[in-house]
Write a protein that binds this ligand. Structure first.
Ligand SMILES: Nc1ncnc2c1ncn2[C@@H]1O[C@H](COP(=O)(O)OP(=O)(O)OP(=O)(O)O)[C@@H](O)[C@H]1O
Length: 366
């Protein structure tokens, strides 16, 4: 009998087909089982000589903070920073510059999508805030390379803000700490259908301090640095008091005549000037000051209370603490967010999200 005879018989052809199907099914099952077994096994130990995976950081940089020095300043800093990362065995950092419309959030999200080990915010508090907004709720730490004017978060976390080398050293020598973030809801009309929501890390508020920030022109900042806030503050001092209603958590709203309501996640303006001495960035609470001076003597009292940090019996600087603050005013008031003015609103709501952001910085309670 020839092979053709064999295939000519229908029964044998069916038998052959069945045998083939069974064989392929068994082979496929074996391949699946082998794959599953491999997946359960730990990764093979690195063969000596295999290059270990090098850690990589992304640096979200506001280029305008460097180009004010000279047009090559940013490139020089980038070369220096990359060399420092290499000297610590890290890969060259991924540089993600901010733009006039994308202030750090999209850049930080891109960095997270690329799986970096650390994101650095190189700029002022606005850049830091935008980066932090994208990183909140993730387990990737954020570090700071301060290059702004106020650098309020850096001052509060004791991150060097005038020495790039020292700030960079800290990236490799310190641990990560969970800090609270604040959320500010801005209802501009007092009955907005969808109020804006912004993250803040230091302070947000309404009234005099916001008017002061709004009055700090970029030109003045460049010439006077932090002193620009003093000049603008002096200008804003003499405005009228405003009637606002303040509600803390589920308490009843209280009406006060005030020049400013400032709510803080942390309380330092400078190392010496502490607006909210009890505010801690990791305590799960927000602190607030209601500043209500009347005339020159009243402002003298406020200045004294802030300079000495002694608030006993102080009527002009009232302190509050809670997890949620609602502040509403009859007339639109200038609103401030981590030192940046964001326009006027009639109602703001501030709340805290405890421990939502991982930050690389010196110990919070040394
Ligand atoms: N590529 C860019 N070109 C022009 N402007 C930019 C660019 N990137 C960011 N900006 C502007 O920079 C602002 C953020 O500045 P940033 O917070 O870094 O410094 P700062 O205002 O001096 O900080 P600080 O609050 O500490 O004083 C953004 O509001 C944005 O308008």
């Amino acid at each position: 009998m020839t092979v053709a005879d064999l295939f000519g018989t229908g029964a044998l052809a069916v038998l052959l087909a069945v045998a083939l199907v069974v064989t392929f099914t068994l082979l496929a099952r074996e391949r699946r089982a082998t794959r599953a077994l491999r997946a359960q096994q730990p990764a093979p130990p690195a063969v000596p000589g295999d290059p270990p995976r090098r850690r990589r950081a992304a640096i979200v940089v506001n280029p305008t903070k460097f180009s004010v020095l000279d047009e090559h300043a940013l490139r020089r800093r980038q070369a220096y920073v990359a060399a420092v990362f290499r000297s610590h065995g890290w890969a060259d950092p991924l540089w993600l510059p901010t733009t006039p419309t994308e202030h750090g959030g999209p850049q930080a999200r891109q960095a997270l999508a690329e799986g970096v080990d650390l994101v650095l915010a190189a700029g002022g508090d606005g850049t830091v805030r935008s980066v932090a907004e994208a990183m909140t709720g993730t387990s990737t730490p954020m570090a700071l390379l301060p290059a702004g004017t106020g650098n309020l978060l850096a001052r509060n976390l004791d991150v060097p803000h005038t020495d790039l080398a020292a700030a960079l050293d800290l990236v490799f020598s310190e641990a990560d700490h969970r800090v609270d973030v604040g959320w500010l809801e801005v209802d501009r009309s007092g009955h907005d259908a969808a109020p804006e929501r912004h993250l803040f890390l230091v302070m947000a508020g309404l009234g005099f301090d916001a008017a002061m920030m709004a009055g700090v022109e970029d030109r003045l900042k460049r010439r006077l640095g932090y002193g620009a806030y003093v000049v603008s503050g002096a200008r804003a001092l003499w405005g009228p008091q405003t009637k606002v209603r303040v509600r803390v958590d589920d308490g009843d709203p209280v009406s006060v005549r005030t020049r400013a309501v400032i709510v803080g996640n942390c309380g330092k303006l400078t190392r010496q000037l502490v607006l909210m001495p009890d505010a801690e960035i990791d305590d799960g609470y927000l602190d607030a000051v209601v500043i209500s001076p009347r005339g020159g003597i009243g402002w003298g009292e406020v200045a004294w209370a802030i300079a000495t940090r002694d608030r006993r019996g102080q009527r002009r600087v009232q302190h509050l603490r809670g997890r949620r603050f609602e502040v509403s005013a009859g007339d639109p008031q200038e609103v401030e967010l981590d030192g940046d003015p964001i326009g006027e609103a009639r109602r703001i709501t501030l709340s805290v999200e405890p421990g939502a952001l991982l930050v690389r910085c010196p110990p919070l309670h040394p």
